[in-house]
Design a protein around this ligand. Structure first.
Ligand code: PRX
Length: 655
């Protein structure tokens, strides 16, 4: 009878799980932080050892924010390979440990996969040999346009293995956006899949890729992964990835790369012009991604880590692939969406794989909060230890729900502020070291020196209880190095408004305790569902439509998305506004940029508020979109103040 469980035992509460001691407490953080900024060379010289170097570095930091000479180098004479750091160095000790758990879009039709470090080594080496076979060499660019499937990680790591530079384009982007990014970095190869299943629907990736490639050089080749096996058209430039990988050797030595050789390019939106290619290099990025992953999430050996982002965004680069794998973690790659097949999917996956750290965006938290607590409560979340938030400010209501309903009050929430440009976390609480405040990103990570500047004068505002724009006084290892092909734009975008500082583009408040609160972008960048978008991009898509004469796009507060897209559109003479035309414009923007850029509200604007010199007064448009037109301020400088009355009368966003 020994294996029969008595009723009393069934009723007994499970023993509390043993919690590892956090890596740092408040004093430990204070000491390490002080060391990181007083002697960066010593600090990063020591922590630079957390990754394996082929040739050890002798120089640590060599950086300049000086106008005209923006030059950022870390560990510049060291050599290493990022893929070897994520895979090979773990083989002896954890070859059989799961590196990646792949969780499919539809759990009812497809099994999840457990890929060990040994499996990962084999697949990445094979894919690397396939790339070589297609003529990809060190320094060449490879664009990756894939669903969230293991091949996306293989492709990233295969590029890193042979020294090729990857540039991932989120699978939700349109053919036009993809084509621009292929041409923007003069890529030799595109890696895509037949279809991308997501939330039960399928995006025709290969067909999008064909359309994109029509606008690219004939020499660009295309490697196609079969995800669904659905029918696609094959052209002369296409290669069957599955067949080539099967035939390829699984032996591919890792290329010796300099610390400052580019690892990847990732396009991101700014306030002006087309998206720019953010360049990250190898050594500093790997040190920073792995260190932030360990400390911010209090990652310990054996933990299962889940970041729900897509690898098409920087969060996926640093916290699905490079950070966790460099630390020998088990990382989850999720193909689906939070609400498919139902609103319990995130929690079902957490329970199924005994997730210890869970990292997602406020927009998802708000959507799931709206779906009701029962979706969370039916799953066993007792393995969760740390919860993370990223991409946009988290409102206290969502924070409290995350804390109480998901974390049962036991899991610190790390609200991580960072950017594509920063490579890893900049401001964040650390579990066990920070007293949490809902909605605050709180404290700088090691080596990060935030300053609050007066927006107009650029003077530093010292002391606490102050507000201004957020800049960084000095470099950190994960910082972007340049804009691909345009170093001048790098300097102009980040170092010219406030000379001698890196300008984040965000506003912030430092409260009485010295904790930082991000107050949102101070430029024309909006944040829709945690996706960053330049309003200028949406405007140029709209005016590319034959019936549109002019357009101005602003953000407005949106309950779930954080910000929604509000477009004012002036039609060409003779064109009549209609609901059908509104739909047509929505579809048009989806096809020009992608579904994430579709305007939520379009207002027909016979005229836009302009100064006498013709500059659109966005401040007024923002206020009308926020339904806050009582606070319009001075409109007397407008060329035609009556335009404003018309816009208010016909506003779309009435409270
Ligand atoms: O405005 C800030 C916001 O997202 C911007 C960066 O967007 P992206 O480069 O796409 O990277 C997103 C993921 C790292 C920032 O300039 N942002 C990011 N994290 C937070 C945030 N705003 C408030 N709180 C955050 N935790």
């Amino acid at each position: 009878m020994s294996d029969v469980v008595s009723g009393a035992e069934i009723d007994a509460q499970p023993a509390p799980k043993t919690q590892p001691k956090p890596h740092v407490d408040a004093d430990g953080y204070a000491q390490m932080y002080a060391a990181s900024v007083t002697d960066p060379d010593a600090f990063w010289g020591e922590h630079g050892q957390r990754i394996d170097w082929i040739k050890p570095f002798t120089k640590v930091k060599n950086t300049s924010f000086e106008p005209g000479n923006i030059d950022i180098r870390w560990f510049e004479d060291g050599t290493l390979n990022a893929a070897a750091n994520c895979i090979d160095r773990h083989l002896a000790t954890r070859g059989d440990q799961t590196a990646i758990i792949w969780e499919p879009d539809d759990p009812n039709t497809t099994e999840s996969l457990h890929i060990t470090y040994a499996d990962l080594h084999r697949s990445v080496s094979k894919m690397a040999n396939v790339l070589k076979g297609l003529g990809v060499e060190k320094g060449d660019r490879v664009v990756i346009y894939l669903p969230m499937i293991p091949e996306a990680a293989y492709a990233m790591l295969a590029c890193a293995r042979i020294g090729a530079i990857h540039s991932i384009v989120f699978a939700g982007f349109s053919p036009d956006a993809l084509g621009a990014r292929i041409n923007g970095c003069d890529a030799k190869l595109l890696i895509t899949a037949d279809f991308a299943p997501r939330g039960g629907r399928q995006t025709p990736l290969k067909s999008n890729a064909d359309t994109a490639l029509a606008a690219c050089k004939d020499s660009v080749q295309c490697l196609v992964v079969k995800r669904t096996g659905g029918e696609v058209t094959w052209t002369d430039r296409d290669h069957d990835c599955n067949a080539l990988m099967e035939a390829a050797s699984d032996d591919c030595p890792a290329e010796e790369m300099n610390a400052e050789d580019p690892l990847f390019i990732l396009y991101t939106s700014g306030s002006t012009g087309q998206p720019k290619g953010v360049v990250h290099t190898t050594g500093g990025y790997m040190v920073y991604a792995s260190m932030t992953h360990q400390y911010t999430f209090d990652y310990h050996e054996g933990d299962v880590f889940w970041c729900t982002a897509d690898v098409g965004w920087v969060t996926g680069h640093s916290y699905i692939v490079y950070g966790p794998l460099a630390n020998g973690a088990t990382t989850i790659m999720f193909e689906g969406v939070p609400t498919y097949p139902d609103a319990g999917r995130f929690w079902e996956v957490c329970a199924k794989h005994k997730v210890n750290q869970f990292y997602t965006a406020p927009t998802a938290i708000r959507a799931l909060m709206g779906a009701g607590n029962e979706w969370v409560e039916k799953h066993d979340l007792s393995d969760l230890r740390v919860l993370g938030s990223v991409g946009e400010p988290i409102n206290p209501e969502a924070w409290n729900w995350y804390n109480e309903v998901v974390g049962k009050g036991n899991c610190p929430i790390v609200d991580t502020f960072w950017q594509t440009e920063t490579g890893g976390h900049m401001l964040t609480p650390l579990p066990g070291a920070t007293d949490l405040k809902p909605g605050a990103a709180q404290q700088p990570f090691f080596g990060v020196q935030p300053v609050v500047l007066e927006p107009t004068s650029g003077e530093i505002i010292d002391g606490n209880g102050v507000e201004g724009v957020l800049c960084m006084k000095d470099s950190w290892p994960g910082q972007m190095r340049t804009v691909w092909g345009d170093h001048e734009r790098f300097e102009k975008t980040y170092f010219s408004d406030y000379k001698g500082y890196y300008f984040s583009g965000d506003g912030c408040r430092r409260d009485e305790d010295g904790d930082y609160w991000i107050t949102g972008r101070v430029d024309d960048v909006i944040n829709v569902s945690g996706h960053r978008m330049g309003t200028a991009e949406v405007e140029s898509a709209l005016v590319a439509h034959a019936k549109v004469a002019e357009s101005a796009v602003v953000g407005y507060p949106h309950d779930v998305k954080g910000q929604g897209i509000y477009a004012y559109v002036t039609l060409m003479n003779g064109e009549e506004p209609s609901d059908a035309l509104r739909k047509e414009l929505e579809t048009w923007v989806r096809s020009e940029i992608g579904p994430i850029a579709k305007p939520d509200l379009i207002q027909w604007a016979p005229g836009l508020p302009k100064t006498r010199s013709g500059k659109i007064m966005r401040r007024i448009l923002r206020k009308i979109a926020e339904d806050d037109f009582g606070a319009l301020g001075d409109t007397s400088t407008l060329a035609d103040p009556s335009v404003v009355d018309d816009l208010i009368a016909n506003r779309m966003n009435r409270a």
